[in-house]
Design a protein around this ligand. Sequence first.
Ligand code: F6P
Length: 548
Amino acid sequence: MSEAVDPSTTAAWADLARLAAAYEPDLRSALTASWVDRQTLDAADLRVDLSKNLLDDEVGAALLRLADEVDLPARREAMFAGEHINVTEDRAVLHTALRLPRSASLTVDGQDVVTDVHEVLDRAFAFAERVRSGDWTGVTGRRIETVVNIGIGGSDLGPVMAYEALAPYRQDGLTCRFISNIDPTDAGQTLTGLDPETTLFIVSSKTFGTLETLTNARLCKAWLLDRLPADADPGEAVARHFVAVSTALDKVADFGIDTDNAFGFWDWVGGRYSMDSAIGLSLVIAIGPDRFAELLAGFHAMDEHFRTAPAEANVPLRMGLLNVWYVNFLGAHTHAVLPYAQLLHRFPAYLQQLTMESNGKGVRWDGEAVGYDTGEVFWGEPGTNGQHAFYQLIHQGTRLVPADFIAFARPAYALQDGDADVHELLLSNFFAQTKALAFGKTADEVRAEGVAEELVSARTFPGNRPTTSIMAPELTPSVLGQLIALYEHITFVEGAVWGVDSFDQWGVELGKQLAQELRPAVSGDADVLARQDPSTQSLIGYFQEHRD
Ligand code: F6P
C-alpha cells in the first residue's frame, strides 16, 4: 500500500493550529464588500457564498497549503485517471466516468470505460422508454403504472432522493415506490394497494448479496405470483415484472431474473456513488432519458470544475478544506445541511451515507491509526421546518455547527398567499437565518428594545456561527447533478487530507456477520444463545418472552 501523508506532520497543519489558537472570529467587521466579493464563487450554475465562514486570508492560504502538502492535487488526478486509489479493495474509483460524454475516452485496466458506460446507459434508456410509452407491459398485457425499487444504502438513498427532488419532472401516470428496510413493515406497507398486473420491480444491488434486498426481492416475487391471475406463467411473470441492476449478473440469473433484463455496472463504482449509474433506473423511468442525461451533464460540469478550477476558486476544494478547519482546528463534530427546498427533503439522508460511510474511518489507507478527528456527523432537514426544531442549538447553544444553506431563486410550485408570494417568504427566512447566525444580536441591541435586564442574556445571540450559502436559479436535473457531485468532491477532499480510504466501508461488516451468527439463537437455539454475552442473552430472552 502506498504510504499516506500524516497531515498533522505538515507545516501547514502547524500553521493552522497556531492560527486557530489566536483566532477571534468577528464576522461583523470581517464582512466587507471586498471580502464578500472575493469569497463569492461560481461553480457551473451554483453561486456559493463562503463569506460567512470563520475564515480569513491567512487561514484560507494555510488550508490551500495543506492540500498541497498532502498531495491532494495528485490524488485527485489519480482518481479521475482510474488509478486504484481504493487501496483496501484494490479498485479504481471512477464514478466520474459515469457522466463522461460519449465523445470522451478513458481506458482503465485495459477497458474502454466510456464505451461500457454508454452501452449500459443506452440499454437502460431504451428500456425506460418502453415502460414510459406502455410498450413494455406486465404479463397480462397491461401497462406499468408503478415501479418498485428494491435496494438499500447506495442502491436506495440516491434514487429515492432524486425521485423526490425531481418530482416536477415525473411522467404522469407512473409512480415509483422504494423498499429498503428488512423490517417487514416496509415491504408490507409499500405493496399495500398495488396492482400486481401493473407493477414492475427493479432489484438494485451492487453485490446482489445484500440480505435486506434479497429478502425483500423474494417477498415481492411471492407477492406477485400469489396475486397474478392463476393462468399467468410464473417464469413469464418474473421476466415481465422483475428487472435487476447489479455488478453481479451471475447472481441475478441465479435469482431467476433474465439477464436480458439486467443492467450492469462495475466494481469501480462505490454503492454510495452509484445513483448516476443504472442504479438510477427507477429515476430514468420516472423523469425520462433526456432529463436523466441533463442530470449526468450537471454532474460532469461539477467534475470539470473540481478538476480544472484554480485552487482559490475551486468550490469543492474550498468547502472540503473549510470542513477540515472546523473539525480539526475549531472543534466541530457535526455539519448541518439545510435545504430551503422541500423537494430536497431526502438530501441530508443521502449525504449521510455519502459522507459518513466514506470518511468515518480511524486508520489511514496505509493502515496507520489517525491521530486526529475525521468524519463529522452530517445531518439536516429542510428549512423552515428545522427553524422550529433544532436551530435554537445552532443559534445559542455551546456547540459549533457549521451549516450549508441551499436555496433556489425560482420555486418548483409558485403559490400566492393573498398578495404574498410564498417563495419570497421562504427565501426571506433563508437570507435571515445566515444573517442572524453570522451577526447575532448584542446585549446592547437587546437592551435598546426595552428588554428587562434579567432577560438580556437569554435574548442575546452571540453570532459568529459559520454558514455557507449555495444558490442556483432553479432545481433542475442538471443543478441536482451539480449539487450531488459538489458533495462527492467535498467528501473526497476531506478524505484526501485525512489520508483515509473514502471508498471502502469495512465498518459495516461486523454487524452483518454477527446478525448471521445470532440468527439461530433468535430462532430458539439454546446452545447458540448460551454462547452469547449476558446483555445479548437477556435482550434475546426478552424478545422470546414477548414474541407471541
Ligand atoms: O452496508 C454497506 C453497503 O455495502 C453500502 O455501501 C451499499 O450501498 C449497501 O450496502 C448496499 O449494497 P448493495 O448495493 O451491494 O446491495
